[in-house]
Design a binder for this molecule. Structure first.
Ligand SMILES: *[C@@H]1O[C@H](CO)[C@@H](O)[C@H](O)[C@H]1NC(C)=O
Ligand SMILES: *[C@@H]1O[C@H](CO)[C@@H](O)[C@H](O)[C@H]1NC(C)=O
Length: 317
């Protein structure tokens, strides 16, 4: 029986009515648990479906190239696979995302929506300090909440998000049910850039892990340890959002428990075991590790997703 590397997931219960319960992507607490296979229960609620947009809100200092890495990832999710390229037969980001359409009632096509940048000028207007989770949800709401959208708040490397970021989480997804009739319910995601605050927790395998078996860090496919790490968390949280958007979709355990990607945490390629992300593709020029290609020739490393048709974690390579 294989031993599986599973990341703990926290539930966040909110005090305010109608406010979010969030599932967290939390590579900090590393547990070794045995039983296999994991089964995510279908709780029968609505999944995300149809044509949706992902709005991105960049909060704080991101370089244009960092923004492009993240925006191109979102653009890649439902784009047709790149035409056969002589140097790669790598799986596409879109083929990775298609696993979410195997879930009962699922199958959202995601396009990039509104992109907002809140930079130094905004911060200097007295908005500098650490953000709270209610600040994050307020930002998500301001950045374009509406049905049919997922808003992702992406915080820069020097932005503290108290009390969660790097203490227990790399990001969360959640929802706001928008009052009694759910007229304006929307989903959101938050991911922080872990480069300065906790690369060992939120940028593995591109950084030495803080805990657990030590393996040499891999070269990140876009040359940015923090932002390539953010792609992993964003990917995991979007998959969780699509398959458990309102807390009554697919998950194991308590509400906000293991979801599509967190059920497979630590697994990126076939043959993964604790501390080893599995078999990956290698960029011949840079030596970077990746398992999927996207628009603009981008390469990404994406987490395995739980496949409801097999009850196993599906890897791309
Ligand atoms: C979603 O968009 C695609 C491509 O533009 C279109 O073919 C399809 O009919 C749309 N689906 C829905 C449910 O609107
Ligand atoms: C965060 O919320 C607090 C309390 O509501 C508020 O004073 C502060 O300005 C908010 N910060 C940002 C950046 O929105």
């Amino acid at each position: 029986m294989s031993i599986r590397f599973v990341l703990a997931v926290f539930v966040m219960l909110s005090q305010q009515g109608g406010a979010p319960r969030c599932a967290a992507f939390n590579p900090r607490m590393l547990f070794l648990v045995k039983p296999d296979p994991i089964v995510l229960q279908d709780h029968g609620g609505a999944l995300l479906t149809g044509n949706l947009t992902v709005n991105l809100l960049f909060y704080g200092r991101f370089s244009p190239s960092q923004r492009a890495i993240l925006a191109d990832f979102v653009c890649s999710l439902s784009s047709p696979p790149p035409r056969h390229h002589p140097t790669t037969t790598a799986p596409s980001v879109a083929s990775w995302w298609r696993t979410t359409s195997l879930y009962r009632g699922g199958g959202a096509r995601l396009a990039l929506g509104r992109v907002t940048t809140l930079d130094d000028e905004h911060m200097s207007l007295g908005h500098g300090g650490p953000l709270s989770m209610s600040n994050v949800t307020a930002l998500a709401r301001a950045a374009g909440h509406h049905r049919g959208a997922i808003t992702a708040v992406l915080t820069a490397a020097d932005v503290a998000v108290a009390p969660l970021f790097c203490v227990s989480r790399c990001g969360v997804h959640g929802r706001d049910l928008g009052g009694a009739h759910g007229k304006s319910r929307y989903t959101y995601v938050w991911v922080g850039n872990p480069a300065q605050q906790c690369p060992g927790q939120c940028a593995w395998p591109f950084h030495q892990p803080l805990y657990g078996p030590q393996t040499p860090p891999l070269v990140p496919p876009n040359g940015d340890v923090g932002v390539d790490g953010m792609v992993i968390s964003l990917a995991a949280l979007l998959a969780g959002t699509a398959t458990n958007p309102y807390g009554d979709g697919y998950y194991q355990g308590d509400a906000g428990g293991l979801e599509a990607a967190t059920a497979c945490a630590g697994i990126f390629g076939s043959g993964a075991y604790p501390g080893y992300p599995g078999k990956l593709l290698t960029d011949r020029v840079t030596g970077a590790s990746y398992n999927a290609v996207g628009v603009n020739g981008r390469k990404y490393l994406l987490p395995a997703l739980w496949d409801p048709t097999t009850s196993h974690c599906k890897t791309l390579v």
